[in-house]
Design a protein around this ligand. Structure first.
Ligand code: GLU
Length: 172
């Protein structure tokens, strides 16, 4: 069973997310990751297969002081446990990061819409299409909340998600 966490506030998000993920470890997981957007709107994105220590040692000393972000411990349902399939998943431009718990039943049909217009997918997960869909809605003029509402209207299955975007870095 995976865990998802999001933080936005006044304190650096990175340490809060990592501490939160350690509290979710008891649920079981195969990989972990975080994404942060700092005040310059640059994405910080790190993922690692295995225990949370693999992630924390990989990012030691590199965390930016960003005050918003998302984190995830994954229990794979679509795609093997790997760094590429770990969350957060991104859209191709790296402006949207998504963590997701559960299954998007109709992800193959939704993904076809993007592959047919030449967009590449970097993972085998059902999750990645959520990032593409949110980015697409943002490009078409929605704000983040509207974009997520549009996406939940076309996706089927039982799941929860948290998304962040460089277009609106303080919002989850
Ligand atoms: N279906 C997603 C995946 O395989 C999320 C799994 C989970 O809930 O951790 O990446």
């Amino acid at each position: 069973m995976c865990g998802i966490i999001g933080y936005t506030g006044k304190r650096p998000a990175g340490p809060i997310l990592l501490e939160s993920l350690s509290r979710l470890e008891y649920r079981g997981y195969d990989s972990a990751g975080i994404a942060l957007f700092d005040h310059t709107h640059e994405l910080f994105h790190a993922r690692a297969t295995g225990k949370l220590e693999s992630l924390t040692s990989r990012i030691e000393g590199t965390l930016p002081p960003a005050v918003a972000g998302v984190g995830h411990t994954r229990w794979a349902t679509h795609g093997r446990p790997s760094d590429e399939n770990a969350h957060p998943q991104l859209d191709p431009s790296g402006k949207v990061a998504v963590v997701h718990n559960g299954i998007v039943e109709n992800f193959e049909k939704l993904r076809k819409r993007f592959t047919e217009r030449g967009e590449l997918f970097a993972s085998d997960t059902d999750t990645e299409v959520l990032a593409h869909l949110i980015a697409d809605a943002l490009t078409n003029g929605s704000n983040l909340v509207e974009a997520v509402r549009k996406v939940t209207a076309v996706t089927e299955g039982a799941y929860s998600l948290v998304a962040i975007t460089s277009a609106d870095p303080g919002r989850l």
